[in-house]
Design a protein around this ligand. Structure first.
Ligand SMILES: NC(=O)c1ccc[n+]([C@@H]2O[C@H](COP(=O)([O-])OP(=O)(O)OC[C@H]3O[C@@H](n4cnc5c(N)ncnc54)[C@H](OP(=O)(O)O)[C@@H]3O)[C@@H](O)[C@H]2O)c1
Length: 251
């Protein structure tokens, strides 16, 4: 029986590349989108073309109010499309880039970032545990910005640092179920993240390329394969780690 992965925020960007790479490794995929149902449909078709089963569900991580409905929908999909199986791997990926400097940060912005990057992954994972098999894993998506700093990202990076620390604690707590928990911390990648600045702003792109040992910014396909590797037996002894995938930025 194929293993089953659930990736949040896989309608585009890094999550999409994770879902496709997981499918290439022979996993079936359930993934979520927030607003872009058409893109989600395309990703689902690509997964099916790779020979794997796929389903997608709407999920907002702006708040936790919709989680009960989400888990109801998830159970329905598991029963109807996946023979009542459970999830083996959870990838907490959905997120946004919202720069804000200390002097100007509104409480609403702080709360949005906190819900998306900390509170929702925490409680989504908590609720997901009963839907998960023992012996699988969880991958949290962190950021290079917890190792080095960039103006405007204190709230974002602070929250990613929290989930990176939480990763270690979950690894400890879930070890008895043989569930491994790791953080993948991407460097700056060309996606829609933060208004697509890394991809579309020439100055930012050049600055990051010049600060990176391998001489360019990251692409989504630099990340998905690493997440997929963490969801195979090849990585069975990697646990509680932060793995930075940045081409060596700001070394
Ligand atoms: N790109 C980078 O440079 C970079 C670097 C380090 C870490 N990261 C992290 O990598 C993850 C993915 O980022 P990305 O670059 O792939 O971004 P992206 O291209 O903007 O894609 C974001 C994904 O998350 C979903 N999403 C956005 N807001 C959501 C919400 N409120 N509720 C539920 N889902 C939501 C989107 O769904 P819809 O398509 O339906 O809107 C989409 O699938 C994030 O956690 C980000 O912090 C990114």
């Amino acid at each position: 029986m194929n293993k089953l992965a659930l990736v949040t925020g896989a309608s585009r960007g890094l999550g999409k590349d994770m879902a496709l790479n997981l499918a290439k490794k022979g996993l079936d995929i359930i993934f979520t989108y927030n607003s872009k149902a058409d893109e989600a449909e395309e990703v689902a078709q690509e997964i099916v073309k790779l020979g794997q089963k796929s389903a997608f569900l709407q999920l907002s991580v702006d708040h936790q109010d919709g989680f009960e409905e989400f888990f109801g929908n998830l159970q329905k999909v598991l029963n109807e499309k996946f023979e009542g199986r459970k999830i083996d791997f959870l990838i907490n990926n959905a997120g946004i880039g919202l720069p804000t400097v200390l002097g100007e940060t509104e409480e609403k912005t702080f709360d949005t970032l906190m819900n998306i990057h900390l509170k929702s992954p925490y409680f989504l994972t908590q609720k997901m545990l009963t839907y998960m098999n023992d012996g699988g894993g969880i991958v949290n998506i962190g950021t290079g910005l917890t190792r080095f700093s960039m103006v405007g990202y204190s709230v974002y990076a602070g929250l990613k640092a929290a989930i990176t620390t939480i990763t270690k604690y979950w690894a400890l707590e879930l070890g008895k179920r043989q569930i491994r928990v790791n953080t993948v911390a991407p460097g700056a990648i060309e996606t829609d993240f933060g208004g697509g600045a890394v991809r579309d702003n020439e100055q930012i792109n050049r600055h990051i390329s010049e600060s990176t040992a391998l001489g360019r910014v990251g692409l989504p396909e630099d990340i998905g394969s690493v997440v997929a590797f963490l969801c195979t037996d090849d990585s069975k002894w990697i646990n509680g780690q932060r793995i930075e995938v940045s081409g060596g930025v700001n070394l």
